[in-house]
Write a protein that binds this ligand. Structure first.
Ligand code: ZN
Length: 401
């Protein structure tokens, strides 16, 4: 925990009367969500809704090259002179402390985070440390991080550390679809893996009265419905969206998929709850070659197939695996560089570490190491058969970016 910052634990607030197994339904959301082609050019104008005149911008090296000039110009048009900070690459306590130090003595009234998931999460931490609102500008639609009031903290080496919760969600989430379609397509595909999982995990939590969301509350029906809409949108628009992105075109299919990946998945996971799919995905980066070579949503894709096999929903797992194989998401362990025989120890570690995460136990039955490992292997076997059937044409992007 970054020095001098009091940790906010939403479970203490929302968990309700544990003895009576009663918790309220809670929905959490950002205050505003704006999505469209070119909206980043109006950042200065949108900033007026949070009354910011002297923001700090936290931006990645890559973001600086891609959109930095546009962002600064848009702010200057409205007479706003920002303080710029370059994100170091890992959302760790050490990095947040470094950024807080850099801002010492600067009177900033907001933090604008521009980049991918980790940079956005670091922006939330920095804004919280400075007690100012955060404006989130994703340059990728690869995770559901932008809309949530939580950051995933890592060690400086990139291993999962803990979630860091905030009392306030982002004041504004600004998603420029024109920027998203110009990013490597692999990120949008990974975002679809993360978003597809949201509904199945929320459904698990909603059905089990003992399940709790990340903030210790019961899921809302609204969050489950939002997540379900997200998965439907992906099935109906996913392939069309990728075709449009290959032409750098923003059409309705792209807008729908970006909204599903960012807003619907964000609201769905935060107020619907997580389960085995994210449990498995969250611990996978402890294996260095997975951490180095794969994206969160790609791990979630494998996690979701495992989740469904764990629940005995093999027909649904096969339907999703076919869709994933069509768009290029991993459906078997080999596509995450894991060999069932050679990496048996790694697979056992994934299982035992995942079991330590509370939301893996949001299932209505007891999740044991044996059941989880069996589900992981079953999912991989199912996915292996489906790739043989469908070919691996869709996976070119895994090696292209
Ligand atoms: Zn996720």
């Amino acid at each position: 925990m970054t020095q001098n910052i009091k940790e906010y634990t939403p479970r203490d607030v929302f968990a309700g009367d544990a003895a009576a197994r009663r918790s309220p339904r809670v929905i959490i959301s950002p205050q505003r969500y704006i999505q469209g082609d070119g909206v980043l050019n109006q950042l200065g104008r949108y900033l007026s809704v949070v009354y910011s005149a002297r923001p700090a911008i936290l931006i990645t090296e890559r973001g600086l090259a891609r959109v930095g000039e546009r962002v600064i110009r848009s702010l200057e048009q409205d007479g706003i002179k920002p303080v710029s900070l370059v994100f170091g690459g890992e959302c760790s306590d050490e990095e947040i402390e470094r950024l807080v130090k850099q801002l010492q003595g600067c009177a900033v009234d907001a933090v604008i985070a521009v980049g991918g998931g980790k940079c956005l999460d670091a922006g939330k931490c920095l804004a919280h440390c400075r007690s100012v609102p955060v404006i989130i500008c994703p340059t990728l639609a690869s995770t559901d991080a932008p809309c949530s009031a939580v950051s995933v903290m890592y060690t400086p080496e990139g291993a999962f550390d803990r979630p860091w919760f905030f009392p306030d969600g982002p004041a504004l989430v600004l998603v420029d679809t024109g920027v998203i379609v110009r990013a490597p397509v692999r990120y949008l595909i990974a975002g679809m893996g993360d978003a597809m999982s949201t509904f199945y995990e929320a459904r698990t939590c909603f059905r089990n009265p003992d399940a709790r969301t990340m903030v210790g509350a019961r899921p809302t029906a609204a969050a489950v419905a939002i997540a379900e809409l997200g998965s439907r949108i992906l099935f109906e628009n996913g392939v069309m969206a990728l075709e449009a992105v290959s032409r750098l075109e923003v059409n309705e299919a792209v807008e729908n998929v970006v909204e599903a990946n960012t807003l619907l998945s964000g609201l769905g996971f935060e107020s619907g709850g997580l389960a085995a799919a994210h449990g498995v995905a969250q611990v996978m980066p402890m294996i260095p070659f997975i951490h180095k070579n794969y994206l969160h949503g790609e791990m979630v894709a494998m996690g979701l197939l495992t989740h469904l096999c764990l629940e005995g929903e093999t027909d649904e797992a096969a339907r999703i695996a076919r869709f994933f194989a069509q768009i290029g998401l991993p459906v078997h362990l080999g596509q995450l560089s894991l060999n069932v025989d050679r990496h048996n120890l790694e697979l056992d570690n994934i299982v035992s570490e995942a079991l330590k995460i509370f939301f893996v136990h949001n299932e209505s039955f007891e999740v044991t190491a044996q059941k989880l490992k069996q589900a992981l292997l079953q999912a991989s076997e199912l996915g292996g058969k489906i790739t043989l059937e469908m070919g691996d044409e869709a996976y070119r992007h895994l090696h292209a970016s």
